[in-house]
Structures are given as structure tokens and as C-alpha cells.
Design a protein around this ligand. Structure first.
Ligand code: NDP
Length: 275
């Protein structure tokens, strides 16, 4: 077999950490392969996907704004992609394209070191694609999920479809939440912005875990408050690495350890650590 080719199709695509993670994985696995981030605009997605149907292409990651649009362009969808309504990974099987969602299992992999084996109540902040993946994954993993969103109607629409309970922030029993997952974009590129008030963080029970899908900046206001209060807390880099690992496994069959993806992503972020 010849070299493999994988892609990211997104707009913007320039600052993605996926190329460095997947190139490190190809090296670690000893596989000849290349990963290229391509800026693809919505009208060009069908043509970009057609190019995946023949070797050496093995698949692609999809990011903004293509995760939902790709659903209709796949030959088949995995149960996760279908239920969540978003494809972040395209896998070539023969000439067919399978739409998968590795954000959902990637989140569970990232949460495992924080939460341990017990399951209780979890609050998911946000109601976009990332929140949909989180709600689907957490419910299947045994959590009772409360969805909290700035626009309550969107949280209600999400729970009507995927289960869980939509609650306005003021009415959430925060002291019962063993897990808080930020799946909103609050805090993204804004170190002082938080999806919840500091008071909400203070009300979480002792031993709570806080996971922020945001990883730029590495420490959001939410994570800062959570750590100061003594909770276990982690940013979204581990989820990014975990979803990449699962995509790479689906494309190549090679189970590359998580730390290979995580170290590559961290090394790429380091030059920007001061800014
Ligand atoms: P969407 O644009 O689909 O959803 C954004 C959500 O954030 C909406 O629910 C929106 O609320 C809410 N929101 C935006 N700004 C604020 C704010 N200032 N205060 C409170 N809520 C706010 O984005 P995605 O679902 O695709 O992504 C969400 C986040 O998750 C992003 O930061 C993304 O980078 C991250 N992510 C990380 C991954 C990882 O691997 N670590 C994977 C996927 C996503 P409203 O409905 O009211 O507009």
C-alpha cells in the first residue's frame, strides 16, 4: 500500500492544530502519510469531498462551517454522527464516504481522568454543535444532563431531540452538579469572559469536575475560578487530541497513544503561550 493522505476541510483552516497532531501520528505509527489543512468554502465542499473517494485519500476532518452540511453528502453515517447531526470525521471505505463524529467519544476519553467511575448530574453549557455532541455522549455514558444556554429556546430544542433537561441558569441546582462542561464559545480568545458567573462556580459541590472545551487561551476565567475553588479542571486540548486519535484510528487502523497527539498540539501552541 502506498502513502495515505488525510485532510482538514474548514474555513478558516490556517490555525488548526490538526496537521501537527496527525503528522506526529503518522511518524509514530511508521506509516507513510500526509495531512493537509485546506481552506474550503461552503460551495466547494461537495468537490472537496469527491476528491476523498479515491486513494491515496483515507479521509478528512471537517470543522467550521462544514460539520452539519456534510451530513447530506455522505453515503452512510455512524449512529453518533446521525444522532448528533454533525460530521467531524469522514472515512473512506472503498469508494464510499462514511460520516463519523469523534468529538463525542473524544470528550468521554478526555473526561475519564477527571471524573472517575461514578455518574451523577452533569451540566452542559451551550447549545451548538459541541453541546449536542456532549449531551449525546454524556447521556449514553450514564449522566443525568442539564443543558444551560444563553438562549434558553435553543437549549430546549436540543433537549427535545437528544434528551436531558433545559434549565435557565438562575434555576439550576448547581450544588448537585458533579460535572460542568463548557461547550459554549464563551471564553474563546477572551480570558476574562465566562459562560457562568463566578458565583455559580462557587456553588458546585466539593469534588466537582470542570471541563472547558475552549483551549485558546489555555486557562479561561472558568478554569481559573474552578481551580481556585479546588475542583479538578481541564481545558479542551485533551478532547481535541482524543478526537484526533479516534479519527486517525478510523483512517489507518493504527492506535497511536493519546500523548503523541497531545504533545504535538502543546508544542505547536507554546510559541503563542505569552500572547
Ligand atoms: P456554536 O457557534 O455552534 O455554539 C456556540 C454556543 O456558545 C451557543 O450555544 C452560544 O449561545 C454560546 N455562546 C457564545 N458566546 C457566548 C457568551 N459570551 N456567553 C454565553 N454563551 C455564549 O459553536 P460550537 O458548538 O461549534 O463550539 C463551541 C465551543 O466548543 C467553541 O469554543 C469551540 O472551539 C469548542 N470546541 C472544542 C472542541 C475540542 O475538541 N476541544 C471540539 C468542538 C468545539 P447562543 O445559543 O445564545 O448564541
Amino acid at each position: 500500500t502506498g502513502p495515505l493522505q488525510a485532510y482538514l476541510f474548514a474555513d478558516p483552516a490556517a490555525h488548526s492544530l490538526s496537521p501537527v497532531m496527525h503528522r506526529a501520528a503518522f511518524r509514530h505509527a511508521g506509516l507513510p502519510g500526509e495531512y493537509e489543512a485546506r481552506r474550503v468554502q461552503p460551495e466547494d465542499l461537495p468537490a472537496a469531498l469527491r476528491g476523498l473517494r479515491v486513494p491515496p485519500a483515507c479521509g478528512a476532518n471537517l470543522s467550521l462551517p462544514h460539520k452539519e452540511a456534510a451530513l447530506a453528502l455522505m453515503d452512510d453515517l455512524t449512529p453518533a454522527a446521525r444522532a448528533i447531526g454533525a460530521v467531524n470525521t469522514v472515512i473512506r471505505r472503498g469508494e464510499d464516504l462514511i460520516g463519523e463524529n469523534t468529538d463525542a467519544p473524544g470528550l468521554l476519553d478526555a473526561l475519564a481522568p477527571l471524573t472517575g467511575p461514578d455518574r451523577g448530574q452533569a451540566a452542559v453549557l451551550g447549545a451548538g454543535g459541541a453541546a449536542r455532541a456532549a449531551v449525546w455522549a454524556l447521556r449514553r455514558d450514564g449522566w443525568a444532563v442539564t443543558v444551560v444556554n444563553r438562549t434558553l429556546a435553543r437549549a430546549e430544542a436540543l433537549t427535545a431531540e437528544l434528551g436531558g433537561t433545559a434549565v435557565a441558569s438562575a434555576d439550576v441546582p448547581w450544588e448537585n452538579m458533579a460535572l460542568l462542561v463548557n461547550a459554549s464559545s464563551a471564553g474563546l480568545s477572551r480570558p476574562d469572559e465566562s459562560p457562568v458567573t463566578d458565583e455559580v462556580v462557587a456553588r458546585l459541590p466539593a469534588g466537582a469536575a470542570v471541563y472547558d472545551m475552549v483551549y485558546r487561551p489555555a486557562e479561561t476565567r472558568l478554569l481559573r475560578q474552578a481551580r481556585a475553588a479546588g475542583y479538578r479542571a481541564e481545558n479542551g486540548l485533551s478532547m481535541l487530541a482524543a478526537q484526533a486519535r479516534l479519527s486517525f484510528l478510523a483512517w489507518t487502523g493504527a492506535d497511536v497513544p493519546l500523548h503523541v497527539f497531545l504533545n504535538a498540539a502543546r508544542a505547536a501552541l507554546e510559541p503563542h503561550a505569552q500572547g
